[in-house]
Design a protein around this ligand. Structure first.
Ligand code: PGA
Length: 232
């Protein structure tokens, strides 16, 4: 399993140092990827945990105040980067076209993107799940090589499940995963949205799931340990 830890905008410097020391003590057969806030990227290496970031600039290095470019991430040892998280699509008005540019920038630096896609509750209720996911996917992957598509990791994160404690049924998740596989048959697909140490018992029945993108749980080390032990 791939388990990506999305710290979001949490953990001050000292808190992060303590956090990664605790993370260091976890032994798991899953591939852990830590995605801290930019300031904490490269702070300290964690044994057996790959380094990720939560975002990247769609532009190359240059006069772009406040941006972080893919070659800068690379120089800090970043191997994975979350792209198109719904929180950014919503609050930063990130478009599918920008998401595509970000994927291109990451592949230029040999960094593996974790592309987030997912529908809102209104879209699900209006039976528009496939339409939304198709738009997000096709624009993002347009022009990528077969090799890049294979390497790309998808995180299916229904917006209504993020941070709410509510998750889709196994059937709903499986339907979406099979839909994604029509476009990307060999990509790894993660589930994200309120995955925790309790609902993992149900989620792990879905054999199509290659891993998880964890937000809230990434900050709760003891519960994360339980989650990881149940993943095995
Ligand atoms: P959550 O967040 O696990 O807290 O729901 C997941 C995410 O937003 O990546």
């Amino acid at each position: 399993m791939i388990v990506a830890l999305n710290n979001k905008c949490n953990l001050k410097k000292d808190e992060y140092l303590e956090y990664i020391n605790q993370l260091d003590s976890i032994s798991s057969s899953s591939q852990l990827i830590i995605c801290p806030t930019f300031l904490n990227v490269g702070m300290k290496e964690v044994h057996n945990v790959k380094l990720g970031a939560q975002n990247v600039s769609a532009k190359e290095q240059g006069a772009h105040t406040g941006e972080v470019s893919s070659d800068q991430l690379k120089s800090y040892g970043v191997q994975y980067t979350i792209v198109g998280h719904s929180e950014r699509r919503e609050s930063q008005k990130e478009t599918n076209a920008e998401v595509h540019e970000k994927l291109v920038r990451l592949f230029e630096q040999d960094i593996t993107p974790i592309l987030c896609i997912g529908e809102s509750l209104e879209e699900r209720q209006a039976n528009q799940v496939e339409k939304v996911l198709e738009e997000e996917l096709t624009t993002a992957i347009e022009g990528l090589t077969e090799e890049q598509k294979e390497r790309l990791i998808i995180a299916y994160e229904p917006i209504w499940a993020i941070g709410t404690g509510v998750i889709p049924t196994n059937e709903e998740i499986r339907d979406v995963f099979l839909f994604i596989k029509k476009y990307l048959p060999t990509s790894k697909i993660l589930y994200g949205g309120s995955a925790n140490d309790e609902n993992i018992d149900t989620l792990k029945e879905i054999k199509e799931i290659d891993g998880y993108l964890l937000g809230g749980l990434s900050l709760k080390i003891e519960k994360l340990k339980v989650f990881l032990s149940k993943c095995e």
